[in-house]
Design a protein around this ligand. Sequence first.
Ligand SMILES: [Zn+2]
Length: 459
Amino acid sequence: MSPEEYLEQTREQGLRELEEFLRIPSISSQPERTDDVRRAAEHLRQRYQAIGLEHTAIIPTAGHPVVYADWLRAPGKPTVLVYGHYDVQPVDPLDRWTSPPFEPVRQDGQLLARGSSDDKGQIAVHWQAIDALLRTRDALPLNLKVIAEGEEEIGSPNFAEFAHAERQRLRADFVVVSDTSMVRKGLPAITYGLRGLVYFELRVEASSSDLHSGSYGGIAPNPIQALAEIVTRLKDPSGRVLVPGFYDRVRPLTDEERAEFARVPVDEKELVASYGFEGLAGEPGFTPRERQWGRPTLDFNGVWGGYQGAGAKTIIPGSANAKLSCRLVPDQDPAEVAEAIARHLEAVRPSTVRTSLTQIAGCSEPFLTPLEHPLNQAARRALRRVYGSEPAFVRSGGSIGAVLPLHRELGAPCLLVGFVLPDSRAHAPNERLDLDCFHLGRRAAASLWEEIAAITPSS
Ligand SMILES: [Zn+2]
């Protein structure tokens, strides 16, 4: 029997296995669910053991544990590390669910449950593909290491430390992350780039206290005015960032990338209608999709200062504040960008105020596996064969917590491929998994290993 035939024959069994996994409410953010999170980890470890993976382990971290398993009996073949996460988001508001979130229900070709798409369904896709290969061929075409994180939904606070401490055990030639989605039914996607992030708080101070605007108006410098002047000198009305050097290391989009992005354009009309925009913002010379995926941003996230209560208070405020952040693209460096912004701020600051710029929250580097990389091309062949259409190469405007630590610690190229639909209501009520996508995903995952196994080490 071929792995494909095996997967065809075990469709119902596969769904039942997933449903069992979905019944465990592994909500990582709620302390009262700690035992359930742990139970989900143990459930998964046993599943890995049952399908014939070896060295299964529950690896503790300072928070929820990571599940590990491997199969390393293909000497001379590449080793791939597969990542997923077994924790899920909270379920509130519960009254918006049409069925209990941890009692999976099949309805109109969908499986409804928290975690069905994000990310337990994708973990199941992988274990079932591995199972099919081991059952029918008694071997995998390459060496596999599988890990499942338990803290993705709370921002992976311990994952970087885990990846560093376990870098020997995790060592691999390639990393595959399945926590992204397809473009739409029938059109699979390879997410080959992520934007990075750097975040600041800016304080503009003119005096040590608020002052009477009758006595000091006309004399005292106004920090809100100064902040407004600074803001307009950081970015112009067209959307172009004015910080010298900001764009220096931005890798230009190739013609091929622009063509790929054009296959999945932003629906401007729908976007404008659904959010009530008057129009879209952004840098001239780029399509909305290019601005969203391939260009860096500088955005103001908050602004405050002066009197904010009811009625009037006649003051010249002592200080004003803003929060701002940049989404970064390859090959921008968060530290370099932070320095450039600090330098520019000093240059444009009105001389009547003091400013301080503090970097807050963790910054992250942008990430990219070039389109033409053999790993991406192997995935392209696998997806094309199973879905019968040319997969789209997309990027994400945000970041994925686990990707950078794995990339950094293992020095291995990373493939981001997911088997679920973008409108699967992840994090929302009535999260669902399209059953056709689930079954095709299992076949795609099986064929992925065969294609990656064929990559020659030199390429
Ligand atoms: Zn996820």
